[in-house]
Design a protein around this ligand. Sequence first.
Ligand code: DGL
Length: 272
Amino acid sequence: MKIGIFDSGIGGLSVLHEAYHQISGQEYIFFADTEHVPYGLKTPEQIVGYAIDITEFLINKGAEALIVACNTATSVAIKELRSRFDIPILGMEPAVKPAVEGTEDKRIMVIATPVTIREDKLKDLLHRVDGEHRVDLMAMPKLVEFAEREEFESEAVDKYLKDQFSGIDSDDYCALVLGCTHFNYFKPSYKKIFGKDTLLIDGNHGTIHHLADTLNLPINENQDKDIFFEDYHKMLGYEKTEYYFSKKYVEDEKTLEHLKTLHNRLEYVRKM
Ligand code: DGL
């Protein structure tokens, strides 16, 4: 089956990476909207426009199912996409439910882009699952830019996060929900602030599990086996992924090799 995955940028790679772990034998078309990143600082109307255009593009390229690998685009565009297009379309949402259900007592912090934090979709989710009001929300307007610069661990990243979290006591929190697919890359820095025991919870595992369920695809038994760069060729059908940067087919070896280093970063942070 050919599965389209799109995001504004490299955040969506974390979803593709999880798909490599959990299911095998599929083909992927990955689309990073590098011309319009960051979505989190755009208007909902702009984001809906990009999402429709990209979905059309991916369906024309043969996508039979689609993952909107972006919490921001899901917040504002998923309904519109499902009403216009006739293939299974899955979205991302901050993994608040597993965070609430998997922890007790202490508070839970959700970080996401300003659009995701503002939109009703997240408020509705909290209304449904956060009966005890344990969840706090914080927008991180600059983190996507750090990610796109591939500045994943630096003093500037640490300082930015420290400033953002300066108004809270990190000891009050048992879990940090990563409500933006770009935020996976920074796991070591969150640990520095919240400590090693705080859970870092993203929506990737749940989304891919849901995809497999929806499309009736078998789940890999060895899904937790580490997969670093060398293995892709051998066992994961890395070549069966076509990459597009805003409709431009990525074919030069240098960029493809570079994308593998990002997958390796994602492997490194996956179990943190
Ligand atoms: N990766 C996207 C998300 O999950 C947002 C990135 C952006 O702001 O462009 O929300």
